[in-house]
Design a protein around this ligand. Structure first.
Ligand code: C2O
Length: 465
């Protein structure tokens, strides 16, 4: 455990700076270097440091902020201790640069990855995807935030600058010497007893009595959260959910809690104006029986609300129309594929009995580029939540049956690239297979399950016109 609850300020990861920018016939391309490096970080003030490996020697890594349509090429240098593959989760990346799990850079190698950044504004993220050790690589620090901005979003007047803050959630465990405890060893799940935001256990953030936009990322291995903001009397404060994995909702969704699972992103706007001089707690109320709640995993961070507002811009009401142009997939009721996310044995998981090492059989779907398919995802039982992530695509969550809940309002309000499957549930998603073609992965984003091969592939096939 960590005994410095709400005593350290929330760190904000530095914004990545391109090495140079080139114009090519009207196209703007930014070139970055991102080195996987080991480093130490003092987590416990009175104990030894924690050994970590992260992007440019930080964790979370630098935050990329890239205007839509500005292309990027990132040179990843693997100066770490093990092989690595970097995946930009939520990006329209061509498959050769998508971080295919066995397309690993050995230590000492590098790879240039090209990203078109053609998506509408959204909060995506990058993390390791190496075959069989994604979980430990992410745990020791290989994860970061990547934001795509656009003028339509800028025009909405949402809280910006210092009032637009990423909150990347992780959980860890520590040894008595202050170093990280390995997440390996439990083949089913990893649940740390120390929750961190942007790499700092249980931080506080000094805020002003005004509106803030928080971009929440669940970068944990196995832990899903049910987040709430509580006032000093313990009452939950209502907020507006404005965006999820694939960007802005059509309209904001009012809620007083937010279920977020591994790989998912949600963005909220909360108004602290009523709470000047008070402390607001971001708490976690996850009730799912298989999520191990430990002594302090019901608390995430604290917001210390000051008494004055230094900048009142972008502090108005959230517009009732955020995005009038969501590209919902064409509707279809015929199920194209049924995928069982199932346990295959003591420590293996599969999709339909096929694991990722089965190279001759692991392509489970061949949608035509530009088509829409309806996929039915089954959690066939066994412990732990299984958030399903499909690379490349945006999905509409159509239905959820078999458990105690349906589709949550904020799951239905926008497009997603991860959908949470709890034990026994069946979820249907409609996905548009594009814009690129090629072979991509889909998998359980419980990274322990992913490493234990609950991952397969689909081939978006190219049709010559
Ligand atoms: Cu967030 Cu296949 O990954």
């Amino acid at each position: 455990a960590y005994n410095y609850m709400f005593q350290n300020a929330l760190p904000i990861p530095a914004v990545a700076v391109p090495d140079f920018t080139e114009e090519f016939g009207g196209r703007t391309v930014q070139f970055y270097t991102c080195a996987i490096e080991s480093f130490t970080k003092q987590i416990y003030p009175n104990l030894g440091p924690a050994h970590m490996t992260g992007y440019n020697g930080t964790s979370p890594g630098p935050t990329y902020v890239i205007p839509r349509g500005t292309e990027s090429i990132i040179r990843y240098l693997n100066n770490g201790e093990v092989s690595a593959a970097v995946h930009l989760h939520g990006s329209y990346t061509y498959s050769v640069w998508d971080g295919w799990a066995s397309d690993e850079m050995a230590v000492g190698q590098w790879k240039d990855c090209y990203y078109p950044n053609s998506e509408t504004a959204r909060s995506i993220w990058y993390h390791d995807h190496a075959d069989g050790h994604t979980a430990s690589d992410a745990y020791y620090g290989q994860a970061g935030v990547y934001l795509i901005t656009d003028s339509a979003e800028d025009a909405l007047g949402l809280p910006a600058g210092a009032y637009d803050v990423p909150l990347a959630l992780t959980d860890h465990s520590y040894q008595a010497n202050g170093d990280l405890a390995s997440p390996n060893g439990n083949p089913i799940n990893f649940f740390g007893d120390v929750l961190s935001v942007n790499g700092q256990p249980w931080p506080y953030m000094s805020v002003e009595p005004r509106k803030y936009r928080f971009r929440v990322f669940d970068m944990s291995l196995s832990r899903a959260y049910d987040l709430f903001f509580a006032d000093p009397s313990g009452n939950w404060i209502t907020f507006q959910v404005i965006a999820s994995d694939s960007g802005l909702f059509g309209s904001p969704v009012t809620s007083n809690d937010l279920v977020i699972a591994m790989g998912e992103r949600y963005e909220v706007v909360i108004d602290f104006s009523m709470y000047a001089g008070k402390n607001i707690t971001l708490g976690n109320n996850m009730q799912q029986a298989q999520i191990q709640e430990l002594a302090n995993t019901n608390k995430v961070m604290q917001f210390n609300v000051g008494s004055t507002v230094s900048d009142n811009s972008n502090n108005g009401a959230v517009p009732s129309t955020l995005n009038g142009n969501i590209q919902w997939p064409a509707q279809r009721t015929t199920v194209d594929h049924t995928f069982n996310f199932q346990m295959g044995g003591e420590s293996t998981w599969t999709i339909n009995g096929v694991d990722f090492s089965d190279v001759n059989n692991r392509i489970l779907a061949r949608p035509t580029q530009g088509s829409v398919q309806l996929w039915e995802l089954h959690h066939t039982g066994g412990p732990a939540v299984r958030p399903v992530h499909v690379h490349l695509v945006n999905m509409q969550v159509v239905s959820r049956t078999g458990g105690s809940r349906g589709v949550l309002p904020y799951e239905a309000a926008g497009l997603k690239d991860v959908v949470l499957l709890e034990p026994g549930e069946t979820v249907r998603v409609l996905a548009f297979f594009g814009p690129a073609n090629g072979v991509y992965m889909f998998h359980c984003h419980n990274l322990v399950h992913e490493d234990n091969t609950m991952m397969d592939a689909f081939n978006v096939t190219y049709l010559q016109e």
